[in-house]
Design a protein around this ligand. Structure first.
Ligand code: ADP
Ligand code: ADP
Length: 225
């Protein structure tokens, strides 16, 4: 996985700072979570890493390369959001192939890699189904397969399990940990759920009012029984 460095990152809307002077380093292969209450600047920070939101100041550096001017689709990032947006008219396999199609990967190669990605999330048996035939959790696993299919150097996830019930959420957390371990990918994960952050993360950056208040391992930040 890539390493990531945010330096003095700022986002202002009008006179108000949504993100104020955020400094953060994420090591290659690390699972780092941005944790904080609603409105604390987590999504805005993630969106600046993704390239959807232009910073008002500061820089985003991936593997030593300043990428503030690089458009989102050229940053080599995989993304999964809470409101997964699978294409309803495409099959599961076609959805997963989509990023490869955009990159001009040939048809046979696309199909092979899509099936591999579906195996990672244990949905190879549903390749020909339409998204509407899948449960919410299965749809989110398809979204994860689609994010992983081009072997991104960095995976960004914004409350990916927020819409799922508790049991499903816990199963997908276990699955995500396994995948992270297996693939060695760098992950930046956003949640407002402290327990989820503690379960998943190597390190946690605690956001409050647009700033990082603390960064540390779960053990450093919270006493665990
Ligand atoms: P979080 O992800 O922690 O819930 P956000 O990053 O979404 O927080 O929002 C941080 C602050 O920035 C909030 O006060 C939010 O209302 C504000 N904000 C986010 N996006 C915009 C926008 N496009 N225009 C104006 N204000 C915004
Ligand atoms: P989250 O659930 O991550 O906190 P929000 O519901 O705050 O997300 O924001 C959803 C979308 O609306 C985002 O694209 C965000 O940038 C935008 N947004 C958030 N707050 C504002 C705001 N005050 N004005 C304009 N857009 C906003």
């Amino acid at each position: 996985g890539a390493d990531l460095r945010l330096s003095g990152l700022v986002k202002r809307y009008g006179g108000t700072a949504a993100v104020e002077n955020v400094d953060l380093e994420v090591a290659s292969g690390e699972f780092l979570t941005l944790l904080g209450p609603s409105g604390s600047g987590k999504t805005t920070t993630l969106s600046m890493i993704a390239g959807f939101t232009e910073p008002s100041g500061g820089s985003v550096v991936i593997d030593g390369q300043e990428i503030t001017a690089v458009p989102p689709h050229k940053r080599g990032l995989g993304m999964v959001f809470q409101n997964y947006s699978l294409f309803p008219h495409l099959s599961v396999r076609e959805n997963v192939e989509f990023p490869l199609r955009q990159r001009g990967v040939a048809k046979a190669e696309r199909a092979r890699r899509a099936m591999e990605a579906l195996e990672l999330v244990e949905l190879q048996g549903r390749a020909n189904a339409k998204p509407s035939q899948l449960s919410g959790g299965q749809q989110q696993r398809v979204a994860l397969a689609r994010a992983l299919v081009f072997e991104p150097r960095l995976l960004l996830m914004d409350e990916p399990f927020g819409a799922l019930d508790r049991a499903l959420r816990e199963r997908l957390q276990v699955e995500l940990r396994r995948l992270h371990h297996e693939l060695g990918i760098t992950v930046v994960f956003v949640t407002h759920d402290q327990e989820e952050a503690l379960t998943l993360s190597d390190r946690i950056a605690v956001f409050n009012e647009g700033r990082i208040e603390q960064v540390g391992t779960p053990e450093e930040l919270y006493e665990r029984p």
